[in-house]
Design a protein around this ligand. Structure first.
Ligand SMILES: [Zn+2]
Length: 493
């Protein structure tokens, strides 16, 4: 009965058409898998415009009938954690089955301008949180002149200009600086303006700005709780006390909390972290988490993660670091040279067992943490979802196919639903839902991207449909297809 009620949510927003009507597209004979209703059966799926309007065992006629026998028809994958917010990055993710790619960890600083810049020309659905890390310098009185300068440059040149990069530079030092108590009210106002522009929550990447006091971070959570949006956080340190700080802030303020990439935050203590999150959920707290299926992380070498003492904090050495631009492993000399220049690292610091433990927990989501496009970017940027389906489901049987799909579709949609009600039409293959669909071969789906190797498309995902439009067809990118739409928070003005 419960399932029936949920199914009708999609139906509410559409008029069901009778079976004899023609459809724009029919996906014929595929194995339809819907994690919410548990449907796992051969069905024909009728699509009109941007909606799924029929799911039936009957033969359906359409302008185009595509035979997908032997393939799984799944909800399009929803990636909560995608830093690559260009079409170059979207294309790799589309081939990995992603239909919605959101920047919720770091968030975006000038959200309105960013949404305007992508609207109408994005391959995938997109959206973001307001960036606490990126906006906090605006609340520091000492940067008032810098902020005024930045705003004038955006007004004149938009977001993509070398002038803007240059103007932002002085604000870099703020990561080691604390907001004064009398600046904390301003922080709430700055974050509010992002929420009013359509942000999906607050991105609190405190691990990248050690200057933030416990009070400042607590206040960021209190703000999110008051407004009713979730916090997405990269916690303060890769260790249990930092995860406890996040859980404590959520518990004390009532904020919804999503802890990003638990694998690289908990490291060898992933079992403890999972136990804590499960216990918090049992207490009724709205706390979720995610992981990616790789034993290496990736971030900027100039970030505070590589400040003095990083070897002890992360339990690793120079040889565990790989330079993205060339694929080389670092030495003391090359580390110092590159740190002065800046650029992206791939960091080999995790073990397979830790990833398996995270994958097995029923409440974890899959998210890529995909990086901005670069030829040798971390393979998670192109292979996260196909890798889970190929290696963790088919080859190693760490989790079932339906459980894996749930972590990629329904669970992220549910995470977003309270703040973005449109998400109840995504993450599902049901009548009335959005036609965001990923069609893959469970026998062959696999990632092909690897460390130190040029980024490459996943295999075994021949069709990907976003809002009723193919973005991948016969395994190839559809040229000039930009059906992606913004996913906006409900508090937008
Ligand atoms: Zn992170």
């Amino acid at each position: 009965m419960f399932k029936h009620i949920l199914v009708s949510l999609c139906l509410l927003s559409t008029t069901r058409v009778v079976a004899q009507e023609r459809y724009d597209l029919v996906l014929e004979g595929g194995r339809v898998m819907d994690p919410e209703t548990g449907l796992d059966a051969v069905r024909n799926v009728g699509i009109r415009g941007d909606r799924i309007v029929e799911i039936s065992s009957e033969t359906l006629s359409a302008v185009e009938v595509l035979n997908v026998a032997g393939l799984v028809v799944a909800p399009g994958f929803i990636d909560l954690h995608a830093h690559g917010q260009t079409n170059a990055a979207n294309e790799y993710q589309a081939h990995d089955g992603v239909t919605t790619a959101l920047e919720l960890e770091s968030g975006v600083v000038f959200l309105k301008e960013w949404i305007d810049s992508r609207r109408g020309n994005a391959i995938l659905n997109f959206g973001a949180t307001v960036s606490h890390g990126g906006t906090r310098f605006m609340d520091m009185k000492k940067y008032a002149a810098t902020v005024a300068h930045i705003r004038s440059i955006i007004a004149e040149h938009g977001l993509d200009s070398p002038e803007l990069d240059e103007a932002m530079r002085p604000a870099f030092a703020s990561r080691y600086e604390s907001l004064e108590p009398d600046e904390l009210d301003g922080m709430a106002e700055t974050l509010s303006s992002g929420i009013r522009e359509g942000a999906l929550g607050v991105g609190v990447t405190v691990g990248y700005y050690p200057g933030a006091t416990r009070q400042e971070i607590f206040r960021a959570y209190a703000f999110a709780a008051k407004i009713g949006v979730p916090v997405y956080t990269h916690v303060r340190d890769p260790d249990i006390p930092a995860i406890q700080e996040a859980i404590a802030n959520a518990a004390a303020t009532g904020a919804s909390l999503h802890i990003v990439h638990l694998n690289s935050m908990a490291l060898g203590k992933v079992d403890v972290a999972l136990e804590m999150i499960a216990a918090a959920q049992k207490q009724g707290l709205d706390i979720t988490t995610e992981l990616y299926p790789y034993t290496a992380g990736s971030t900027g070498i100039e970030s505070t993660l590589f400040d003095e003492g990083w070897q002890e904090v992360w339990d690793m050495d120079y040889g565990d670091l790989q330079w993205e631009a060339t694929g080389e492993r670092l030495t003391k000399e090359t580390f110092e040279k590159y740190r002065a220049e800046g650029g992206t690292l791939i960091i080999h610091m995790m073990k397979d067992d830790w990833i398996d433990a995270g994958m097995r927990a029923p409440f974890t989501l899959i998210a890529s943490d995909g990086m901005p496009y670069a030829p040798l970017a971390h393979p998670r940027s192109a292979g996260t979802f196909s890798r889970v389906l190929g290696r963790y489901v088919r080859e190693r049987k760490v989790l079932s196919l339906m459980d894996a799909l749930r972590k990629m579709t329904l669970m992220p949609a549910e995470r977003l639903d309270p703040v973005a009600p449109g998400m109840r039409l995504k993450g599902r293959v049901q009548i009335g839902c959005d036609a965001d669909l990923t069609i893959f071969d469970p026998a062959t789906v696999i990632d092909t991207a690897d460390f130190g190797k040029e980024l490459s498309f996943a295999n075994g995902i021949p069709y990907v449909i976003v809002n009723g439009t193919f973005v991948v067809r016969d395994g190839k990118t559809v040229k000039d297809a930009f059906p992606g739409r913004p996913v906006l928070g409900k508090y937008r003005n």
